[in-house]
Design a protein around this ligand. Structure first.
Ligand code: FES
Length: 318
């Protein structure tokens, strides 16, 4: 694993129905790096679970990150622990902040679509726009007004459209929101999978694919496992010449661990890039959610927690 930094919970505050705002302060001897807009970090909770959360504020003055945590339904244990047990004074551990959802400078206007707790990375991005005098528009979709976390924290410099499911009939009108996008505008979306699918399908009418960006929190609800049995394949570790078989029931990461080859990991879901390995030979079957099309086509890296092989053998730079 990457190195961990101890941090103390100094605030647990209700941000909306089902959403807690948490501020985590590290010791002055361990200065936290500035977190760019869109960054997230691993949090190791007192119960040992590791979860990823977007950082919506970095406060250098007190050496803290603030995160928003929605209560998942159903929870896999992390959000339930935070909502039911975590309190000020508790100690957690923080992994290094990473950014798979970076904001690209240079757009004329930034468009954001947030669904529910997906507002947390978007909040850091609209603050970036505000600080950099960039025009922005936000479509914020929530089930009820009581669930609209951080609505009062949004800067006044942009245009915010709130879509409240239980007040407005039908789905938000994504065509209306995206239709006027300029050729060099950028669109960022974070929220539930159906919303992201709808945004993807709508945006392709108005913006090039490389101007449309998505952030996934968890793939648990998306993970359509390939039908039938997975094929086994061989991985060759170039530095030692060892060959290991990856059976259909295991991941490359599992096999490496069983063989005593330690590769850093975090999410084990293809979401965070922590387990990225260089590929020297063979064809990768990419199963992650974060590599871009160009990176997939280059076929020289893979995320070993989820990706497999199309060829009979992969040679890894391990
Ligand atoms: S451990 Fe997160 S992508 Fe592999």
């Amino acid at each position: 694993m990457s190195s961990w930094t101890r941090a103390t919970v100094i605030r647990v505050q209700r941000a909306a129905h089902g959403v807690l705002d948490i501020e985590l302060v590290a010791d002055k001897a361990s200065p936290l790096p500035e977190a760019a807009a869109g960054a997230h970090l691993d949090v190791r909770l007192p119960n040992g679970l590791i979860r990823q959360y977007s950082i919506h504020r970095y406060n250098a003055a007190v050496n803290s990150y603030s995160i928003g945590v929605g209560l998942s339904e159903p929870s896999r244990g992390g959000s339930a622990f935070i909502h039911e047990r975590l309190q000020a004074g508790d100690v957690v551990e923080l992994g290094a902040a990473r950014n798979n959802f970076p904001i690209k400078p240079g757009a004329s206007t930034y468009l954001f679509v947030a669904g529910g707790i997906g507002i947390t990375p978007i909040l850091s991005m609209v603050r970036w726009c505000d600080a950099n005098n960039k025009p922005w528009r936000l479509l914020y979709c929530v089930r009820s007004r009581a669930r609209a976390a951080y609505i009062e924290h949004l800067p006044r410099s942009g245009i915010v459209t709130l879509h409240v499911d239980d007040e407005q009939a039908g789905h938000p009108n994504l065509h209306d929101f995206i239709r006027d996008a300029g050729a060099d505008d950028q669109l960022y979306c974070c929220g539930p999978a159906p919303l992201m699918d709808a945004v993807r399908a709508t945006a392709e009418h108005y913006l090039p694919a490389q101007h449309v960006h998505f952030e996934l929190f968890s793939v648990a609800h998306l993970c359509a496992k390939p039908e039938g049995e997975e094929a086994s394949f061989i991985i060759e570790l170039a530095r030692s010449g060892r060959e290991l078989t990856v059976p259909g029931t295991s991941s490359v990461l599992d096999v490496l661990e069983q063989a005593g080859v330690m590769v850093p990991f975090s999410c084990r879901e293809g979401l965070c890039r922590t387990c990225e390995c260089s590929v020297l030979d063979g064809e990768v079957d990419h199963r992650d959610y974060v590599l871009g099309d160009a990176e997939r086509d280059a076929n020289n890296v893979m995320l070993v927690c989820v990706s497999r092989a199309k060829s009979k053998k992969l040679t890894l730079d391990l």
